[in-house]
Design a protein around this ligand. Structure first.
Ligand code: FES
Ligand code: FES
Length: 161
């Protein structure tokens, strides 16, 4: 039997990682099943819900739609790397303050998508936040608190020296 296993070297949350995968495996499968980074969630597995959002080379992507082999030499940020040790990221703090989550299943994806937005647009309008997060579905909160939390975190990050 032919062995299609491929060796991939990448950087995940600032740490170099090497893993072996089959060319058909998604980045989501690799993060969760091979690297035990289970903070990234699987919802639809076809690019429609945003639960699996990670940042790949500075751009938020649905990791269910990216092949693991595409991560070769890439830099990946996942929810596990968002906090700074015990210090939650301002986005995480704002989500807690505003109760912008209920079951929490969508939250890692929303936080990573929001981080990407604020990296490119430090002070987005509420409309812009809503549009940016339109591909991240939440079945619980109704979105208003999520938008408010992202806007608060944006202000806080903007005011930081
Ligand atoms: S699990 Fe990837 S978009 Fe839904
Ligand atoms: S908090 Fe439950 S799906 Fe968003």
């Amino acid at each position: 039997m032919t062995d299609y296993t491929t060796r991939i070297t990448t950087v995940i949350n600032g740490q170099e990682e090497t893993f072996f995968c089959e060319p058909r495996e998604s980045l989501l499968e690799i993060l969760r099943d091979r690297l035990q980074l289970t903070g990234t969630k699987e919802g639809c597995n076809d690019g429609n819900c945003g639960a699996c959002t990670v940042i790949l080379d500075g751009v938020s992507v649905n990791s269910c739609c990216v092949l693991g082999v595409e991560a070769e030499n890439a830099s990946i940020e996942t929810i596990e790397g968002l906090a700074d040790g015990d210090m939650l990221h301002p986005l995480q703090q704002a989500f807690i303050r505003e109760t912008a989550l209920q079951c929490g299943y969508c939250t890692p994806g929303l936080l990573m998508a929001a981080k990407d937005l604020l990296a490119h647009e430090p002070l987005p309008s509420n409309e812009r936040i809503r549009l940016w997060l339109a591909n991240n579905l939440c079945r619980c909160t109704g979105y208003t608190r999520i938008i408010k939390a992202v806007a608060q975190a944006a202000k806080e990050l903007h005011q930081k020296p």
